[in-house]
Design a protein around this ligand. Structure first.
Ligand code: F6R
Length: 242
């Protein structure tokens, strides 16, 4: 694991965007794995700026998002599909048909999950997967458990996660209690992983991920055995590291 302590949120975002842009420059047909949430917003705006400056061209890129709330359609303002459109896809030249987010309204969940893995496989696998981390150590929506969930699956969100997500919804009753998420194997199969975290609230999760035991009760700890992981944190999130 390579750990980079960035000066602040802007520096963390810029460093992540540079890694992603470098990946795309090196391989125009790159397959990128994207995350949502507060953490990568700055990275996406740096990428949009790089695109506008002519530094990076996304026309050959395909993307797969980690997760989507279950029971929420793409037009719902809280959906991750909408988040990606607003923060990235609508501002760069990635082709809409090359962007993939699990379908939160799928009637046949098993078929949706199998089909999602198949699409990743047909695209050639993920070259670079961007991740955030939950306060409880989740990656994607793989919550603490007594096993590592393998592939894309339907997840019951942990109470921690539901309350952390509530800030994006008008009322607590609207916060989804389940989601479709790539599994730990889907994430670990990516050729390169870049995980971001900022703020003091993430310091404990970062320390446990980097220095704690590898255990499904702390899903992010599995990243210790991935051969190519870069963790980029701001000073607050990195504060407890030895
Ligand atoms: C989002 C995702 C989650 C978030 C995590 C951190 O697609 O998979 O694992 O990365 O919950 O969220 P923020 O960035 O909002 O703190």
């Amino acid at each position: 694991m390579e750990v980079v302590i960035a000066k602040d949120y802007k520096d963390m975002s810029r460093r992540a965007a540079i890694l992603i842009a470098g990946q795309v420059m090196g391989r125009q047909q790159s397959v990128l794995g994207f995350a949502t949430g507060s953490t990568p917003v700055g990275t996406y705006s740096e990428l949009v700026a790089m695109y506008r400056e002519g530094i990076v061209d996304f026309s050959g890129v395909s993307s797969f998002n980690l997760d989507e709330y279950y029971g929420i359609g793409p037009d719902n303002p809280c959906s991750y599909r909408r988040y990606m459109a607003e923060n990235l896809f609508d501002h760069i030249n990635i082709l809409a048909l090359n962007t993939h987010v699990p379908n939160g309204l799928a009637a046949d969940i098993e078929a949706e999950c199998r089909g999602y893995e198949e699409k990743i496989r047909l695209a050639g696998g993920i070259d670079l997967q961007l991740l955030g981390i939950g306060n409880n150590g989740h990656i994607g929506f793989n919550e603490p458990a007594d096993f590592f969930p393998a592939w894309t699956h339907l997840v019951d969100l942990a109470e921690d996660t539901i309350s952390a997500n509530a800030r994006f919804f008008a009322s607590p009753a609207e916060v989804p209690r389940s989601a479709i998420s790539m599994g730990i194997r889907s994430i670990m199969a990516a050729r390169r992983i870049v995980l971001l975290a900022n703020g003091a609230g993430k310091a404990k999760a970062i320390k446990n991920m980097v220095e704690g035991p590898i255990t499904p009760s702390n899903p992010a700890s599995i990243l210790q055995i991935h051969p190519k992981v870069t963790i980029i944190v701001d000073r607050e999130a990195g504060a407890h590291l030895a």
